[in-house]
Write a protein that binds this ligand. Structure first.
Ligand SMILES: O=P(O)(O)O[C@@H]1[C@@H](OP(=O)(O)O)[C@H](OP(=O)(O)O)[C@H](O)[C@H](OP(=O)(O)O)[C@H]1OP(=O)(O)O
Length: 437
């Protein structure tokens, strides 16, 4: 397919990691942002009915955080005062482009991010019409939980607005619960905070890669393009240039002159550097990264169990849909705990070249509005099934061998994760000194 996309799209847009558009992951949305394809769900029989949906969703497109704005400012100053050259993109940066990012933007949801969640809400209501319905919403069967962060709260409001606008509901408002214990568990897991988040040596592989030959080459190429001495361009500025290209595209849908500082090879190196960070900070790098999500893991399965037992006793499922809005840091540890995107080799500072085919790629996993959906089906005669979807595409639980792999028996899923269901205790995992078992 060749979808007619924005002619102003940067050539490197598919390497933007957590700063990428959802449309890069699902290009069919470029033509029709409300498009869904129900045939991908493929339940094993026509009897199967959706009885519960849990959606764990990252917030939509946002402004840069304060730290990133500062880095952008520094790069801009160098380019404004030190760079020389006649290329039109460079002159454009120096004479037309203005540094419009300010620190008070502080990671807030942008207008396009509002739309991310409105559109997602409408698509999910088309994908699961019996669950995300006006009746269920009005009846209080759809619950909303969010991280306290403004961009998450605003995404939650946008998701709700997507539904109420769709059904033209004006006589009623629907509330949401703010729950950081569930949606920002990473802040509250002492062991994670001390051993990883606040521990500079935890990211030693990232530091080594940033000082290594691949990244040095990217930085030198930028300096060459700007005609400044190599030592004028720091690693942080290189990162800021990449961010600038990504943010200008996400927020303004333009191919910014900043994008000219990178060719595709450079972008792949930048993508790897960011994946490396995510791997060691939120992914498989350290066991505690994924274990910090134990609290969310149990929350999800408790809800599935409740839905299953209500359904079994012939009742209506009280929480038919749960929409939970959080961060990249919420989704990645949980995906890791469940075993998704686990390559045979760890990502390290020295294996960039051999990791080109890696599955651990945040550009695919975690764009803005990334989502993990867990759908529970009743296929009759006590046959319950659980289907996972990531970014609206069916995926299979890694390691679970089943002929109906994309829609395994719920019991098989529980057997597969038995150890985690019996253990994976947040308090235990997150305390600094584990008492001997
Ligand atoms: O953008 P950065 O580098 O400032 O990192 C963000 C974090 O900022 P911090 O490092 O604490 O200043 C930021 O932390 P806070 O929520 O601001 O505490 C988030 O973790 C954010 O993820 P998301 O975009 O909300 O999914 C983080 O963004 P991603 O790394 O997930 O893109």
């Amino acid at each position: 397919h060749n979808y007619v996309d924005n002619p102003d799209k940067p050539a490197i847009a598919k390497y933007f990691n957590t700063k990428g558009r959802y449309e890069e992951v699902n290009p069919y949305l470029i033509e029709d942002i409300l498009a869904v394809n129900r045939s991908i769900l493929q339940p094993p029989s026509a009897n199967c009915q959706e009885i519960h949906l849990t959606a764990i969703i990252r917030h939509g497109k946002r402004y840069p955080t304060i730290k990133n704005v500062k880095e952008m400012q520094q790069l801009y100053n160098i380019v404004l005062h030190n760079a020389s050259g006649q290329e039109s993109w460079l002159r454009e940066i120096q004479t037309q482009w203005t540094m419009w990012y300010t620190e008070d933007m502080d990671g807030r949801l942008v207008q396009k991010g509002v739309n991310d969640h409105k559109h997602l809400a409408v698509r999910l209501s088309k994908l699961f019409p019996s669950l995300i319905s006006e009746e269920k919403l009005r009846g209080g069967f759809i619950k909303f939980i969010t991280s306290s962060k403004h961009r998450c709260v605003n995404s939650t409001l946008s998701f709700k607005a997507g539904l109420t606008e769709l059904w033209a509901i004006t006589d009623k408002e629907f509330d949401h619960e703010v729950n950081d214990a569930l949606m920002r568990f990473f802040d509250q897991c002492t062991r994670f905070v001390q051993e990883v988040d606040n521990n500079p040596s935890a990211l030693s592989e990232v530091d080594k890669f940033k000082q290594g030959p691949e990244m040095r080459r990217v930085t030198e190429k930028i300096a060459d393009r700007l005609r400044v001495p190599y030592n004028n361009i720091t690693q942080d500025m290189t990162e800021a240039a990449f961010y600038l290209c990504a943010y200008e595209f996400a927020i303004k849908a333009v191919n910014s002159p900043w994008c000219q500082l990178f060719d595709e090879d450079d972008a792949k190196v930048m993508e790897y550097a960011s994946d490396l960070t995510e791997f060691w900070k939120r992914g498989y790098g350290y066991d505690i990264n994924s274990k910090s999500s134990c609290i969310l893991f149990h929350d999800v399965f408790n809800r599935l169990n409740k839905a299953a037992s209500e359904n079994k006793s012939g009742q209506q499922v009280t929480e038919a849909v749960t929409v939970q809005v959080g961060h990249a840091d919420t989704l990645l540890p949980l995906l890791t705990l469940l075993g998704f995107f686990n390559d045979s080799d760890a990502l390290t500072s020295t294996n960039y070249a051999t990791q080109t085919q890696r599955s651990f790629r945040t550009s695919h996993m975690l764009p803005y509005a990334a989502n993990l959906l867990l759908v529970l089906y009743d296929c009759g005669g006590g046959d319950l099934r659980l289907q996972p979807l990531l970014n609206e595409k069916p995926v299979t639980f890694p390691g679970l061998t089943d002929q109906q792999a994309s829609m395994p028996l719920y019991q098989d899923v529980k057997d597969h994760y038995r150890e985690l269901l019996q253990g994976c205790d947040f308090e235990m995992e997150c305390q600094l000194f584990k008492s001997p078992a």
